[in-house]
Design a protein around this ligand. Sequence first.
Ligand SMILES: Nc1ncnc2c1ncn2[C@@H]1O[C@H](COP(=O)(O)OP(=O)(O)O)[C@@H](O)[C@H]1O
Ligand SMILES: Nc1ccn([C@H]2C[C@H](O)[C@@H](COP(=O)(O)OP(=O)(O)O)O2)c(=O)n1
Length: 265
Amino acid sequence: MDMSKEYYVVPSEAPEHHPSTLNIINSDVFYSFEDAYEVIQKCGDIIPEATSVMELLPSRAEARSKPDFPVIVIEGLDATGKTTLTESLRDSLGATLLRSPPQCMSPLRARFDQEPPLIRRAFYALGNYITAEQVGQEGMKAPVIVDRFWHSTAAYAIATAVSGPVCNLPAEGSEVYRWPSDLFQPSLVVLLTLDPEERKRRLRDRGQGKTEEEQELDHNQLFRLKVEEAYRRIAGPACVTVDASPSADQVLQQVRLLIRGKCHL
Ligand SMILES: Nc1ncnc2c1ncn2[C@@H]1O[C@H](COP(=O)(O)OP(=O)(O)O)[C@@H](O)[C@H]1O
Ligand SMILES: Nc1ccn([C@H]2C[C@H](O)[C@@H](COP(=O)(O)OP(=O)(O)O)O2)c(=O)n1
């Protein structure tokens, strides 16, 4: 018997999430110490450096103390002026300067940068917990400035995992932008933004970015837009955007004003 099948094309509502975002949680972004730890722990057999990472980790049983002094995080793309600003803030506020990933992870970073996203992102996620422990100690003695923290970890991971244009990012309010409940929340997060041309100039002056192909630049432009938009969507302490194109001193004064308003320093 000839059974002919009939097919219809019917309109349906747009999906809630872009397909490329479905796997972000716990494979690109980890929302607890335990989830990131589990990945690094399982790598021990194939990546000897994983053992070194675990030795640097704070004890999970330890109660994390809330620092007495304000903790200010400075975020932004490469060459937006984070190093310049964080060092000036350290000097002008008499603060302690920390970074994420912390200095003690630096020798291990190149190794994990070669790994697939799951492992690489778990490494950076754990870096924030090590920095948070240092913040807990140093923040009892003086204000703390942190060069990159959770916003960087999540924003770069989300922007890399989501292909295509900025509109493919999960919508504002999506759970991918939430702050891990077991991670210390800074008093203020400042996001430095810079016009792409000025950023390129600064990279060039620093001796980088001279040989980028046009196509590569276009690709990077899209990536940069996605990172910045992801930065802005991350909740917990939301970041305050500061235009980093004025002189280093003007940017410092602008951020000092924000710190005075928010942290009374
Ligand atoms: N406000 C500014 N105006 C002009 N040049 C700046 C300013 N801030 C930083 N720079 C220069 O831009 C380059 C990148 O700054 P840097 O602080 O290293 O950025 P990041 O740490 O974000 O990568 C450096 O050569 C630095 O001297
Ligand atoms: N807290 C952090 C800091 C950096 N990262 C990742 C995100 C990016 O892939 C790189 C950016 O580091 P990069 O070396 O460009 O940064 P700096 O030169 O230190 O400003 O590291 C992270 O995941 N979490």
